[in-house]
Design a protein around this ligand. Sequence first.
Ligand code: SF4
Ligand code: SF4
Length: 450
Amino acid sequence: MKLSRWTLFVPEYPVQGDYLAYNTRTQAIVVVNQELKDILAGLPESRMSAAADGAELKENLKILEEMGIVVEDDEDEVQSLEYWFDRMKYETNGLNITILTTYDCNFACSYCFEEAVKKKVYMDLQTSKQVVSWITNVATKHRVHKIELVFYGGEPMLNLTAIEYISRTIREWAKERWVKFGFNMVTNGSLLTRDVVSRFIELGLLSVQITVDGDRISHDASRPFRTGEGSFEIILNNIVSIADKVKVHLTGNFNSSTFNNMLKLLDVLEEKGLKEKLASVNFSPIMARLGNNNGDGAPRLMEMGGCKAFFEEEHYQENLTLSKEVRRRGFKTSPAIGVNVCPVLKNDTMVIIDPTGIIYKCPSFVGHPEFAVGDIRNEDLNRRHVENMTMDLWKKCLDCPYVPMCGGGCRFSAYLRSGDTKSLACDRGYLDKVWQEYVKMDYEQEMKIS
Ligand code: SF4
Ligand code: SF4
């Protein structure tokens, strides 16, 4: 046996003299005492084998091996990691397709990452039919067992016709073939009444994700209607009326000046009796986004927006405080640390289709055709997709313990930093700062001792 190269230790936790062993590939977390830690980390391999003669120790090592904390002496862990990455990249059990029904939105969020591409473009019936054909062709090619859609925008509910047509048609197609079907929605929540939710549940609605940016004052300042009116009251009322019918995942975006307002939002959610009803509550810092082409064809950096990735260094203390507070108060939430499969590095089972039928991989690149990976009028994805799938940046990072989780970093972040989506986007310094606290949070959540 040898210690896995991806195993890290949080010292003196949960009590003095104990350690949390955490494996960045398997995500296993386990408490080991000083003696076992010494055997795992401090002793040469030969003595480790000798020590393993004791029956109890043997049993412990067997459990640790199942968790990936230790591995066989002769395991080539880089080879195993390559196999594991490849399996994730090429896995074809299910489809996870995000569909933007429109670029239009009834909100004017101050940080909207689609502001630069927001137009009155709606997916029409012909495109909806082509979307259905593309999805069912890919599902047939891969013989998938499951199709899950995410309707997104702009505000997806401004185009109910596309949502209803696509979900109904694919649902029927899937039912005839014993393929599981369901859909989720990322919506601003302003149009999501109980009646609409009832109708959508019949079509396969599984969950909705709604963003609320703090208490009324802060939310209404950052997420007003296009007319300038506040949206907080309407959204909160809608959430209260639907939370017993469908899973509601609540997200919130903050920056340094609005951070405290997220705590006030937690008070409001508790007052409204939503703590037990919400499927999850997660807050994240507002991040960089791409702007319009500025004449020379190069997208320019604006201030905010994007998917949760590893570039939150500036706000890590605030992020930590909020994550702890959400847990302390007993809201359900996502794990603090884990493997993020970036869709850019996955095959055609995970794509984003815009209202015109252009296919993207990353939500932050949507609306910028120079980053598109295909078009629903063509069966195959393009050369950019092939480049993404084969770049294997993680091979440049073999001395880094975070490589199974990070894989070389977020491609959007890489572009913002260097103008090259194929360069490393390294946040090792940030991960060094946060990983212990995040592992502790996940351990406490698991043990329900927070
Ligand atoms: S490149 Fe990947 S990780 Fe980064 S924002 Fe896009 S989808 Fe998310
Ligand atoms: S990009 Fe940095 S943090 Fe990510 S795996 Fe490579 S060295 Fe580690």
